[in-house]
Design a protein around this ligand. Structure first.
Ligand SMILES: [Fe+2]
Length: 449
């Protein structure tokens, strides 16, 4: 994870194989690309300054450009040539009374309760194209009360089906007293975060239209999730597919001093963390005092996930693995993506992700959740990014389209390429190479012309 230069002017990519002419649009990606200002360095991978990448595909050709997001953190740090804005894992000294959280919190009228915290889900309406305020009209849709108000959970994303939001309260705890006093104690925010598996993981379900938090209580053994695969409703249940880890110490592992180790040191870091695997949970929504205790309440024949009401009225959920036996040979699976435009919030069959045999993804995987079979793409020394599905125009099959992924090969001449796979067969159609050093990034989106 080294700092790279931006490429503000579009440069043409060298095509090998072929890029289908029907793909017209931009693959936009983000990820950290600058890890120090002057002599001062960030500590955590999530702290790096956001670098935006654009691969423009048009009629079989590809161009690339990139630019650092001109955020207030970037501009302030650049102006001072040192880190003056605290980030997740880096404490700035002295901090000019601004932080990521502070800027966001000041935007909303939060329902304030004494000495405590709530999870707020914020609804943002579509913005008018000429509007510079990207949060205009945003409002708090609902507030969820944490199990422990002084120790709310860290979260990275939430699930959404047609009518419900599923918020997962996982036992990565934010110790508010430690975080509030972190500056006084000279500690970064991330040091107030701890994995506390004595707590179970809890699912909160919210009606998306009314903001009502459903009264049911759904629990499972402790796990951690960063990314949702999909969620949909069937026969009075929410089916929720997630990438899950059994151990929540991963966040601390992604410190830059760990990622910059090499050889055996890096292997030791990777071996120390728990891998993410795709899992399915089923949450029966209509549970009341008449619901029998001790019986599996999952009516869906196509999934082995279980949900059983306990004597105290809580529903204990046990997952089904969405992968076959022996899948752990390809490592974990993260950065899940689906045919989003047609299957988000609907029953679906395929998802795509990065296989992790290292700290960053080293393969691309397509999983069939019905047969539990999978297809894989990998090449030695290549690290592919989150696979983005682009459907063929007028497609009828769920997997009729291509997968776009940016592949970095740090050991080979510092170049990168945009890989295009046939999403059905998972075979390579072509690649577009650019002689530009890119860091391993996080997420991307394709926007059509
Ligand atoms: Fe993410």
């Amino acid at each position: 994870m080294q700092t790279v230069e931006e490429t503000p002017q579009p440069i043409p990519a060298k095509i090998k194989g072929h890029i289908p002419k029907w793909i017209n649009g931009n693959l936009l990606r983000n990820g950290p690309g600058k890890f120090e200002f002057g002599e001062e360095k960030f500590n955590h991978w999530f702290d790096g300054m956001a670098l935006l990448h654009q691969f423009q595909l048009e009629n079989g050709t590809v161009t690339y450009r990139s630019k650092f997001l001109q955020s207030s953190s970037y501009l302030t740090n650049s102006q001072h040539n040192r880190i003056v804005v605290s980030e997740f894992g880096t404490l700035a000294m002295p901090d000019p009374c601004k932080s990521v959280f502070g800027r966001f919190m000041s935007r909303f009228e939060m329902p304030r309760k004494k000495a405590g915290s709530t999870y707020n889900i914020i609804q943002v309406p579509p913005q008018k194209s000429n509007c510079s305020d990207t949060l205009e009209g945003a409002k708090v849709l609902c507030s969820i009360t944490p199990m422990d108000k002084l120790k709310p959970s860290y979260y990275h994303s939430f699930g959404m089906s047609e009518n419900y939001i599923i918020f997962i309260e996982q036992p990565i705890k934010l110790n508010l007293l430690q975080i509030i006093t972190s500056k006084l104690r000279g500690k970064a925010i991330s040091e107030g975060i701890s994995w506390e598996p004595q707590y179970n993981t809890c699912f909160h379900v919210v009606n998306k239209h009314t903001g009502e938090v459903l009264p049911g209580q759904w629990y499972s053994k402790p796990f951690v999730t960063f990314h949702q695969i999909n969620a949909f409703e069937d026969n009075g249940c929410v089916v929720l597919d997630l990438c899950c880890q059994d151990d929540g110490t991963t966040l601390a592992t992604y410190k830059l001093q760990n990622l910059r180790r090499s050889g055996e040191g890096l292997d030791q870091v990777y071996d120390s963390i728990s891998r993410a695997f795709p899992r399915r949970f089923v949450l029966p929504l209509n549970v009341n005092s008449d619901t029998p205790v001790g019986k599996n309440l999952n009516p869906l024949s196509y999934t082995l996930a279980r949900a059983v009401k306990d004597a105290d009225g809580k529903v204990w959920c046990t997952h089904e693995n969405l992968h076959p036996e022996g899948f752990d040979k390809v490592g974990g699976l993260e950065f899940p993506q689906i045919n989003y435009s047609r299957y988000n919030g609907r029953r679906y069959r395929y998802f795509y992700g990065c296989g992790f045999r290292h700290l960053v993804g080293d393969s691309l995987i397509k999983v069939d959740v019905e047969t539990k079979s999978f297809k894989i793409w990998q090449e030695d020394g290549s690290y592919p990014s989150e696979p983005v599905f682009v459907p063929v125009p007028n497609a009828t099959a769920e997997d009729s389209g291509v997968i776009l992924s940016v592949v970095v090969s740090p050991t080979e001449n510092q170049s990168a390429f945009l890989l295009v796979l046939d999403a059905e067969t998972f075979r390579e159609l072509g690649r577009a190479e650019v002689a530009v050093q890119m860091p391993y990034g996080f997420h991307g989106i394709f926007t059509s012309h």
